[in-house]
Design a protein around this ligand. Structure first.
Ligand code: ATP
Ligand code: MG
Length: 312
């Protein structure tokens, strides 16, 4: 674990029991300046994880709970009316005073699956392009949460192309259903002991300088040829053996040939290394969650092992 981020990880551990993958992915997102989407059933601590990571990183922060009537202005600032003097009179003109998503460096977009398609499309385009109109926005990382797309949860399925805006994608399960008995026991104990406060304050433990320094080091992390070979072999297996194609999968070059490299380096950096190792390919599993069919995604750890073995 990179020393620089140890306090952030410790804060997450103090506030949320279990969910190691989500915690690792959140740190990776912060270091790599990528967006992360966490999907899971109600009460699985998704919002809590997102909020703790955001608050603990002490960056200018925007939290927004999406809902069925979400409209864009709520996300990008206040609409202000201005009286302009013009020849022969005056004119009322409205403009957006940038706020929300336009001024934050980290944001939590809670329950994105509830937002209407139109607002969501624009929102996700802003995330992807990191600009609004022609102006760049300071956003580093967006952390979004959502409920599974089953009909039971009363929301429209999210378009996979929209989810592609989130480099990292995780399925979060509750402690009970994932069989994390130790974690479940710890949570019971905490509540039983009265240790839990409902909305605990999260102290900022990691500043912008620390994140900038880590990010600057990413480019110096070596990516050896065997790792590149294993990555290509992994894609070959997914396409040739598991029939991933343009119709059932989103194995985009942008995500898997560009962002994946950044994430591999990020994982090495978080592990305190200056070189990517084959084991870092595990990050691919956080990318394929909603980009390949669910049954193929389940096989990804196995595919990674085979890809590594195939080139070594
Ligand atoms: N692993 C956990 N560690 C600590 N607290 C937890 C954990 N799981 C659940 N809780 C408690 O349950 C609450 C519910 O979590 P949270 O609101 O983050 O769930 P959610 O996944 O966002 O649910 P929803 O989909 O309904 O929004 C937390 O605020 C916390 O009090
Ligand atoms: Mg929530």
């Amino acid at each position: 674990m990179s020393e620089a981020l140890a306090p952030l990880r410790a804060t997450l551990d103090r506030q949320v029991i279990g969910h190691n993958d989500s915690k690792d992915a959140l740190l990776l997102a912060l270091v790599c300046r990528e967006h992360v989407y966490m999907e899971g059933p109600p009460g699985a601590a998704k919002t809590r994880l997102a909020e703790v990571a955001a608050h603990a990183s002490s960056l200018p922060f925007f939290f927004y709970q999406l809902h069925r009537d979400t409209r864009l202005p709520e996300l990008v600032g206040d609409v202000v009316l201005e009286r302009l003097e013009i020849e022969g009179g005056e004119r009322i003109h409205h403009r957006i005073e940038p706020g929300g998503l336009l001024t934050a460096e980290i944001c939590v977009l809670d329950d994105i699956s509830r937002a209407p398609g139109e607002a969501l499309n624009i929102l996700l385009r802003i995330l992807n392009e990191r600009k609004f109109g022609d102006s760049p926005i300071p956003l580093l990382t967006a952390i979004a949460t959502g409920n599974p797309m089953d009909d039971d949860y009363y929301n429209e399925p999210l378009d996979p192309a929209n989810l592609d805006r989130f480099a990292l994608q995780l399925r979060v399960q509750g402690l009970i259903t994932s069989g994390d008995h130790d974690g479940a026991r710890q949570l019971i104990d905490r509540y039983a002991d009265g240790e839990v406060v409902e909305h605990p304050a999260t102290e900022p433990v990691c500043d912008r300088q620390t994140l900038d320094a880590l990010h600057a080091r990413l480019a110096d992390i070596a990516v050896p040829d065997p790792v590149k070979g294993a990555l290509l072999e992994l894609f070959r297996i997914l396409v040739v053996e598991y029939d991933c194609s343009e119709t059932n999968a989103l194995l985009t070059d942008r995500s898997f040939l560009v962002k994946a490299i950044k994430l591999l380096r990020g994982r090495a950096l978080l592990a305190g290394r200056d070189r990517v190792e084959p084991a870092d390919l595990a990050v691919i599993e956080w990318m394929t969650t909603f980009r390949v069919p669910a049954d193929v995604h389940e096989k990804v750890p196995e595919v990674i092992s085979r890809a590594i073995a195939g080139v070594s």
